[in-house]
Design a protein around this ligand. Structure first.
Ligand code: PAF
Length: 293
């Protein structure tokens, strides 16, 4: 049996910087994959993406309290360090950075990094403060590790474009890369939160992506966008989703609302829907067919 040794874990900024400094002295490029643990194949695809870009790959594991709202799942968020380390080893990660909350936010911490505009709609309007929590912690993780690359998943598209905006606006010398959403056999976007679903809910959950892909196809073929999204919302409620936070078509880069497809611009359908206590998000591209106006 092939034995893959677990990557070293460091918990302090000082240790992290020591390791990165040695790598840099050896001339190695460095990439980081920020995560909150509870890892799945989606995260591992990010690590593999990072590996293709840099000789050295760090995965951070930090369940960031400031991006969870009141009544959200911070306490119950899946934590399994041993399994995560084994998975990271199998994907070629060199170092795990797992700081404590007090290492990340020492007493007296008083700064927030806030990206405006693109963090306003979609999850921004349903999870107040969420994106400030994300951009603040990602800014800190990037400053702490000073990588050449950071890799994020396209499932959290609004997070990805917010981080790109932050890195651009703050002149951070880091390239942001992304990997496509990894899906289960029925198309459900992989997420650490999928494990909250009951067996019955899990069956219903698979319908979200199918409804989005079908809607994107209808829009691409010229069917009225509002009508399609309204029908999609109704279909998901009928299928058993308890609540739809949003289903909207937006410009992929600016997240501006899209009423009709335009040449030269890429649009996506974004959705957040609740199944009992679980909130699922997904997004799919609207691929033009040449027929739509
Ligand atoms: O996508 C996530 O897991 C988190 O939002 C991130 C980027 C690790 C920041 O806490």
């Amino acid at each position: 049996m092939l034995h893959i040794s677990r990557p070293r874990t460091v918990t302090s900024i000082v240790e992290l910087r020591d390791v990165v400094r040695d790598w840099r002295r050896a001339g190695d490029l460095v990439a980081i994959v920020p995560t909150m643990g509870g890892l799945h194949e989606g995260h591992l695809s990010l690590v593999r993406n990072a590996r293709r870009r840099a000789k050295r790959v760090i995965a951070s594991i930090f369940v960031n309290p400031t991006q969870f709202g009141e009544g959200e799942d911070f306490e119950n968020y899946p934590r399994d360090e041993v399994r995560d380390a084994e998975l990271l080893a199998s994907a070629g990660c060199d170092l795990i950075y797992a700081p404590s909350v007090s290492e990340m936010y020492p007493d007296g911490f008083a700064t927030s990094v806030s990206v405006t505009e693109i963090t306003g709609p979609l999850c921004g309007s349903h999870r107040p403060g969420h994106f400030d929590g994300v951009t603040t912690v990602v800014c800190k993780l990037l400053n702490q590790s000073q990588p050449d690359y950071a890799v994020f998943g396209e499932k959290d598209w609004q997070q990805l474009v917010s981080i790109r905006q932050m890195v651009r606006d703050l002149d951070m010398p880091i390239r942001i890369a992304s990997s496509p959403t990894v899906r289960e056999a029925d198309g459900l976007a992989m997420s650490s939160r999928n494990r909250y679903l009951s067996v019955k809910e899990r069956k219903i959950a698979g319908k979200l992506n199918r409804a989005l892909f079908a809607s994107a196809d209808h829009i691409a073929h010229g069917i009225d966008l509002d009508r399609v999204l309204e029908a999609c919302t109704k279909a998901l409620l009928t299928a058993g989703f308890s609540e739809i936070d949003y289903i909207e078509a937006r410009d992929s880069a600016t997240l501006a609302i899209v009423n009709r497809l335009e040449h030269g611009k890429e649009a996506r359908i974004f959705a957040a829907a609740r199944l009992g206590k679980t909130r699922l998000i997904d997004n799919v591209p609207i691929e033009r067919t040449g027929m739509a106006g």
